[in-house]
Design a protein around this ligand. Structure first.
Ligand code: ADP
Length: 433
């Protein structure tokens, strides 16, 4: 605090002067701290600016690094796609080609320049029936799912070739497709090898049938006493030969049928047929097995079942397989049932049993070639695993459907529908046995 006293004589008078600070001029404590606060705030502010600038330049550097890494990755991807052995194309949602790799050029024979902007259907594709492409577009565009299929294409030079095709829709965050990626693998050679194998099976089964048929005849002749009366042991042994041989005949016939199905050489020849008669005659054939197992059979047929244009031989094969399975896979004294009815558009066949059933985990494989479920193999019931494959092929090729419901130890029901308008005609050189 400032205080000063002084004396002064002016014009013979003495003056005592007293100076003192007024408290209102004193700086407040906040004012006293102000310079320090400004200094500290200035320092913090400068530090912040420095920090922001520093991290900004670091981020920029990192972004540059990342961009470089990404570019390298992208180049790797591009090189991988470009040089993949499978044909890869990317199309817009209308199917116009945006990108094609080298393999696409080699396999189809078209150059990239010829492909870009065009549709595969106008170049190498478009050789399948309409339904195939309708299903393909429905899967990728409406259902937005991956489409997998096998098809025949045509190279630029005119040569046909077989491919396995996978088309994946690529979707944006909202779930709208932005483009499609199509991958085709040329499987012409695999198909040729497969065909050669099937032809071999067909030929071998055909050749095997003749000696097996003779064994059957001779065994039957021996059993009926044509070569003199057999004693009990002889009868039993010849009977074993006959039964074993019959099993071989069934297997060889099944193999022959499968090869004719796989080669596509079997014919479907629909004719106006009484389906109820066929069902009854198959049940009559199965009578010995049914009686042996004391199985109860329930039959139900639509009263006014019309004659339907179906292939009688193939229909017999369907009934034989489904009904003999129901008998085979049902324990003694149980029950099977057969319903043949008609719905609005279809003929519906239901074959039900309350037998061993099919384990849930194996149901998806039931129509595949040579598949037999574990539960029936343990029961030691004879079978080839070919019957249902044959039945499904016949039904699907003739325009019908087959499915089943089953629970292990709780029975199985097979459902078959055939359009009331009849089976589809199919040209072929061979019949099925
Ligand atoms: P298989 O000659 O073995 O009977 P199929 O192709 O006719 O050959 O049937 C394939 C498999 O499906 C059978 O081995 C069996 O596991 C199962 N299966 C078929 N029908 C029935 C049924 N009615 N009940 C239980 N399992 C069945």
């Amino acid at each position: 605090m400032f205080v000063q006293d002084s004396d002064l004589s002016i014009a013979g008078r003495k003056w005592a002067l007293h100076f003192e600070d007024s408290s209102e001029f004193f700086p407040s404590s906040a004012e006293k701290l102000l310079p320090l606060t400004v200094l500290i705030a200035g320092l913090i502010f400068s530090f912040l600016i420095f920090f922001v600038l520093h991290s900004f330049s670091r981020t920029k550097l990192r972004a540059l690094q990342l961009a470089q890494e990404l570019t390298v990755d992208l180049q790797k991807f591009q090189l991988a796609v470009e040089n993949a052995s499978d044909h890869i194309i990317i199309t817009n949602t209308d199917g116009n080609i945006l990108y094609a790799n080298k393999a696409a050029e080699i396999i189809t024979g078209y150059s990239k320049k010829e492909m870009l902007g065009r549709k595969s259907g106008d170049l190498w594709g478009g050789k399948m029936d309409k339904a195939f492409y309708q299903k393909m577009w429905k899967t990728i565009k409406e259902e937005k799912k991956v489409f997998v299929g096998e098809l025949t294409n045509k190279r630029k030079g005119g040569e046909k070739y077989e491919v396995q095709l996978r088309i994946s829709p690529v979707l944006d965050e909202k779930g709208n497709e932005i483009f499609f990626v199509g991958i085709e693998r040329d499987i012409t050679r695999e198909k040729q090898i497969d065909k050669a194998k099937t032809e071999f099976v067909s030929l071998a089964s055909h050749q095997l049938r003749t000696p097996l048929t003779s064994i059957n005849w001779y065994a039957e002749m021996l059993l009926s006493g044509d070569a003199g009366k057999l004693n009990d042991d002889q009868k039993q042994f010849v009977n074993e030969i006959h039964v074993g041989n019959q099993r071989m005949v069934d297997l060889v016939n099944a193999l022959l049928n499968v090869s004719r199905i796989d080669l596509g050489t079997f014919a479907i020849e629909p004719a106006l047929t009484n389906i109820v008669e066929i069902a009854k005659s198959v049940l009559a054939e199965l009578k010995p097995q049914i009686q042996k197992k004391q199985i109860k059979v329930e039959e139900k047929y639509d009263k006014d079942m019309p004659l339907i244009k179906i292939d009688p031989k193939l229909t017999r094969i369907i009934f034989q397989n489904l009904l003999s399975n129901a008998v085979k896979y049902t324990p003694v004294k149980e029950k099977i049932s057969l319903n043949v009815t008609k719905t609005k558009k279809d003929l519906l066949i239901e074959v039900a049993d309350n037998g061993y059933g099919i384990p849930k985990s194996q149901q998806s494989k039931i129509f595949t070639k040579l598949f037999r479920a574990d539960n029936v193999q343990k029961k030691d019931v004879e079978g080839t695993g070919l019957g249902l494959y044959i039945v499904k092929s016949i039904i699907e090729k003739s325009g019908g459907k087959i499915w089943f419901e089953s629970e292990e130890n709780n029975g199985t029901t097979f459902f078959v529908t055939v359009p009331l308008s009849g089976m589809k005609d199919k040209k072929g050189t061979k019949g099925l046995n």
